[in-house]
Design a protein around this ligand. Structure first.
Ligand SMILES: C[S@@+](CC[C@H](N)C(=O)[O-])C[C@H]1O[C@@H](n2cnc3c(N)ncnc32)[C@H](O)[C@@H]1O
Length: 251
């Protein structure tokens, strides 16, 4: 299941762009792009884990030149096949370690990592390295934006460690929480059209807002804004996710 493309190989990439899923709704994409375009302030943006260009393509259409870093060639092939996909420069590599050559055009005023993808880095060390890598490629005064869910530990009754997040006649999906390591692998069980069952497990590491702030601090960044979502609803006790913006100080 895992190869050089990580957990987003050809089979996953083929079904990634799902127009019925929440992340692909026009209003979700529009509010994300509005938020990011404003922060780019007329400059360039770097998307860590750019995927199939769900956000990079409409952001580029808004006039923000986007450079991507991406591990999976299969996901990149999907981006390339879309109108405008050839125009997005992408560097293949691990977002925790890969840098883009900024000699000619200078560092980025905006680096962003959306759709819970910080959790695809499954150790604290890798998540810290990702913050350092983002900070290194940011211009002074620039913004690093992360969109990620709040860990769903409050949904766990005492003694249990599983949260279901999808149940239908042909698909079940659940997260198994380990509070000792912050591992939170997701399991997907699907009944195929010929009646067989398939199981797929994808590892994740959950991370709290305060821990992200500490990672930012280690990388020399400081929190500027935290919202519940892209429309700038205030972040609150019951928020299920957050969009956080850390800035690289000017001096
Ligand atoms: C949930 S998708 C998000 C794609 C895109 N950002 C979006 O919002 O639709 C996660 C992406 O992260 C990529 N990815 C996972 N781990 C990565 C890593 N360490 N470095 C670079 N890309 C990674 C996967 O290949 C996949 O394309």
């Amino acid at each position: 299941m895992i190869d050089a493309d990580g957990y987003f190989g050809a089979r996953v990439a083929e079904h990634y762009d799902d127009p019925s899923s929440h992340a692909f709704q026009a209003d979700v994409i529009a509010s994300t792009v509005d938020f990011l375009a404003e922060l780019a302030g007329g400059g360039r943006a770097l998307e860590l884990a750019v995927g199939t260009g769900r956000i990079a393509l409409p952001l580029a259409q808004r006039g923000v030149p986007v450079h991507g870093i991406e591990l999976s060639r299969a996901m990149l092939a999907r981006l390339r096949a879309k109108p405008g996909g050839e125009a997005i420069a992408v560097t293949i590599g691990d977002m925790a370690a890969t840098t883009v050559d900024t000699k000619a055009q200078g560092p980025f005023p905006l680096v962003y990592l959306v759709y819970n993808t910080i959790m695809n880095l499954t150790t604290q060390e890798a998540q810290v390295a990702c913050f350092r890598n983002a900070a290194e490629q940011l211009a002074p005064g620039g913004s690093f934006v992360v969109e990620v869910m709040i860990p769903e530990l409050r949904k766990l009754p005492a003694g249990q460690n599983i949260v279901h997040f999808h149940t239908s006649p042909t698909k079940w999906a659940y997260t198994v929480y380990d509070v000792t390591t912050q591992a939170a692998p997701c399991h997907y069980i699907t009944v195929t059209p010929d009646g067989r069952g398939e199981h797929r497990e994808v590892p994740f590491r959950y991370v709290w807002p305060a821990e992200l702030d500490l990672m930012a601090q280690l990388a020399g960044l400081r929190l500027r804004e935290r919202w519940e979502g892209w429309t700038r609803k205030p972040f609150a006790q019951d928020s299920a996710q957050h969009v956080s913006v850390w800035e690289k100080p000017i001096s």
